[in-house]
Design a protein. Structure first.
Length: 95
């Protein structure tokens, strides 16, 4: 439900770019929380078995959903920058 709310904030970009900026920032925080699991969860990586297809950087089953969060983080960063730019341009032209 939280993700849907954040998506709605981001969808307000054409109308309320400030809300989209805040929504994008919150998505980045959420993604950072999930990305921390790569460091704190030893089961996220395939155990090192001594061959070239195991160990770091190969993700195990529990680590694969984190890829989605890495993509969400990058997209939210671009969206936050674009929304902030749109807000500043709109504010500059309204003066």
């Amino acid at each position: 439900m939280v993700i849907v709310g954040l998506a709605l904030l981001i969808a307000l970009h054409p109308v309320l770019s400030q809300a989209a900026t805040i929504g994008s920032f919150l998505v980045m925080l959420m993604a950072c929380t999930t990305l921390s699991f790569l460091i704190t969860t030893p089961e996220a990586w395939v155990p090192a078995l001594g061959d070239s297809t195991s160990g770091f950087p190969y993700l195990a089953g529990p680590g694969r959903p984190v890829i989605k969060d890495a993509i969400m983080f990058g997209t939210a960063m671009v969206m936050m920058a674009d929304s902030a730019r749109a807000y500043l341009l709109r504010r500059k032209h309204s003066k």
